[in-house]
Design a protein around this ligand. Structure first.
Ligand code: NAD
Ligand code: WQD
Length: 336
């Protein structure tokens, strides 16, 4: 029996594959490589001594999925595959709905046909919407999302909820990630953004390694302690472990919603300062206008996942900075 990991070549997927292999699971990774590189599987093999089965294919390709479910005995699916750039999603919304929403529908149809009804889905804190009070708690309703990416995550959550109501055979974990950063402590795998990074941490580390001149800090006049935005950053290894814990809740039918965050907020300036104090590398920055759609501050209430899944973050802020830099400095061009 194997776990199917869609998007298994990507940033969070590859770290989860490592942890699954180390925990003794058989793993099949499915990825169309639109935002990843197959070199990741050599690195995973170096870390774990094992190589997951890899199917190069698309979650929207029903024929490919049917063959995969016929070729392997799949017990559960962890579903990472999708597009994730918030700004891009406003420019090409149809591609986001096509990949993230339609792709998830096709995946669930193929799962149902194969009799596989256990799924862990990569959702996002963004589904709490623009007006939610902080910290975000799972009991809050989904809110008004501000971009097609966020809307696609909210739609898939709703689709999976309806699926579980329609058929008690389904069991689904909806994991709402806060801001994952960091890399495997070996420095062999990590985040490998194409082009100019959208997210804070890859931008900081690319400035540090000399690929970019300086960081623009978007907004210095927010109603926060130092005027810059506050987020809940967690180590990607902790996030990956959350998926293994979530697999254990799939014995109960229905949807199981969990926040995966530390429960603490940190400002952009605190992140920059921490990076420099841990690595000793300066990160020149300038203040720039606010970025459209950014919320001033949000972080997780992480009590439910702690109580029900016994999941707490283990990695410190220093670990996140050290591991980000270890990956970036050893792999300035990512996997290429
Ligand atoms: P990523 O882009 O590194 O990984 C996604 C992987 O899916 C890539 O390898 C890509 O090639 C693959 N893929 C995309 N569309 C596909 C398709 N149609 N068929 C097959 N493979 C496809 O992104 P990530 O940061 O690892 O994110 C994984 C998941 O977690 C995504 O669903 C993302 O929306 C979600 N998420 C990410 C964050 C974050 O900050 N990184 C936060 C919240 C939620
Ligand atoms: C963090 C903070 C920026 C870049 C996004 C998605 C979310 C999830 C995680 C996928 C913000 C500031 C950033 C830079 C900066 N993604 N920043 N200069 O926006 O909290 O969340 O990624 O699922 O859904 O919305 O993360 O890393 O982009 O930004 O000042 O060059 O860093 O303004 O305050 P965000 P981020």
């Amino acid at each position: 029996m194997a776990i199917l990991v869609t998007g298994g070549a990507g940033y969070i997927g590859s770290h989860t594959v490592v942890m699954l292999l180390e925990a003794g699971y058989e793993v099949v990774a499915l990825d169309n490589l639109c935002n990843s590189h197959p070199e990741v599987f050599n690195r995973i093999e170096t870390i774990t001594g094992k190589r997951p089965a890899f199917v190069e294919g698309d979650i929207r390709d029903r024929t490919c999925l049917d063959k995969l479910f016929a070729d392997y005995t799949i017990e559960s699916v962890i579903h990472f595959a999708g597009l994730k750039a918030v700004g891009e999603s406003s420019r090409i919304p149809l591609e986001y709905y096509q990949n993230n929403v339609h792709g998830s529908v096709v995946l669930c149809e193929a799962m149902a046909a194969a009799g596989v009804k256990k799924l862990v889905f990569s959702s996002s804190a963004t589904v709490y919407g623009e007006d939610a009070p902080v910290p975000y708690v799972e009991t809050m309703p989904r809110g008004k999302t501000s971009n097609p990416y966020g809307s696609s995550k909210a739609m898939v959550e709703q689709m999976l909820t309806d699926l579980c109501i329609s058929d008690e055979g389904w069991s689904v974990g909806l994991l709402r990630y806060f801001n994952p950063i960091g890399a495997h402590p070996s420095g062999l795998i990590g985040e490998d953004p194409q082009g100019i990074p959208n997210n804070l941490m890859p931008f900081i580390s690319q400035v540090a390694v000399g690929k970019r001149d300086q960081l623009s800090i978007f907004g210095s006049d927010y109603d926060t302690e130092d005027g810059t935005c506050v987020r809940d950053y967690l180590h990607v290894m902790d996030l990956a472990e959350g998926h293994l814990k979530a697999l254990s809740c799939l014995v109960q039918p229905g949807t199981h919603i969990y926040n995966l965050g530390t429960g603490n907020g940190l400002s952009v300036l605190e992140m920059v300062k921490s990076f420099t104090s841990v690595t000793g590398v300066a990160v020149p920055y300038q203040f720039a206008p606010r970025r459209d759609g950014d919320l001033p501050a949000f972080w997780a209430d992480a009590n439910k996942v702690g109580k029900e899944l016994d999941w707490q973050t283990q990695y410190s802020l220093e670990d996140m900075m050290r591991d980000t830099w270890n990956w970036q400095s050893k792999n300035p061009e990512g996997f290429r």
